[in-house]
Design a protein around this ligand. Sequence first.
Ligand code: GLU
Length: 487
Amino acid sequence: MPGVRVRFAPSPTGPLHIGGARSALFNWLFARRHGGTFVLRIEDTDLERSTRSSEENILASLRWLGLDWDEGVEVGGPHGPYRQTQRLELYRGYARRLLEAGIAYHCYCTEEELAAERADLMARGELPRYLGRCRDLCQAEKARLEREGRRPAVRFKVPADQTVVVDDLVRGEVSFECSGIGDFIIVKSDGIPTYNFAVVVDDHCMEISHVIRAEEHLSNTPRQVLLYRALGWPLPEFAHVSLILGKDRSKMSKRHGATSIEQYMEMGYLPEALVNFLALLGWSPGGEEEVLSLDQIREQFSLDRVAKNPAVFDLDKLNWLNGYYIRQSSPERLADLAVPYLQREGLLPREISPDRRRWVEMMVSLLKDYLNNMSEIVRRADVFFAETVDPVDGEALEVMRQAEVPAVLGRMRDKLKAASGVDEESVKKMLKELGRELGLGGKKVFMPLRVAITGQVHGPDLHRIIPILGAERTARRLERALTAAGR
Ligand code: GLU
């Protein structure tokens, strides 16, 4: 597809959320799929709520997800500046053009007057909208209002009795009656453009070919279409991606858990898991395979496969995908990810020796099967850091009541004490010998040892646990369990 130019245009009023990240991802995928350009524009015209720290958070989250942009803040480009507050003159110029053409007018209404009009319409069961009080003010009236100290906003004249049809690439044709819209403000009295106006000017000036964004903005689109027409500009294609709902089918919100990308990063979700998960929120691959890398998704991505119906945020699915990517990761990477969590808990020192580092690699390689996210390493690794362990539940206690327990624990302790060091092979050998010597089958040997060593009935193989714990510490745990068994 020639000339594809798309953009992600976040308002920096908070961190990057799941929904925003999904919009960014879809735009990025579309650009990369079609050899197009991905633009990152910052829509910071809400002066009170926009902050540089939110902007930084958004950019950092995008980069962490592996999304890059060809034009925009920080990287620059031929259509800059890419922050709306640095483009105010441009919007004012186009507003003047609409004023001169008589398609826009100055409106002097105060907040109180507008609120009264809205309340009045609502009381009559009508759509709240601006009824055009300032549409036809004469010069004398304007002068009088200005003498009162009123500063005008610029309003766009919505043509009466028209229907705007938006031909949306996801939703199909959607019609809007102009009668329900009402003249809307394009530049506020403080000279700052409103979203609908700035977005049209920028999308046009930045030569955006496809506007891919969340469904929330579908209701803004007829206003934007009217502005394109008034300015004599060609329309971009529109694609509105469906809402994201929680599992209870209400709109995704904080109630449903973490909503920002940063929170997922901090909990130890891997970027490739999140990207894979986000792509499946509304888009579906052609085949059955849902575990897909960013490259694989990019090769397949098309707007045809973006669903109209809402996407459901399923944390179990994210956990499953994340677990998958964790298991695929190298011991080195897992250790890099795990160490900060363990340090934060005071389980590891700030400086880690090469030996200790190798030990962490062994431990995370063992525990990776049990992790939904990397922060869970703290709880899972506890058994390797604790001085002592006790049976965690009734089932574990029951195991320790069996008659052969003292013999199993005692003999294993002796074997470990006699060994100079242990590795997986030597532990396997010890366990086999132990079974043979005592004439006991697998479970009778493994269960009491596992409970004595980890406190639990279930868990990784003993021949993998014991070398990590070390012969000496394991022997001490067996000793303690023997004493506790009182035999
Ligand atoms: N600044 C808008 C937002 O963050 C962008 C909407 C659009 O993509 O047009 O919701």
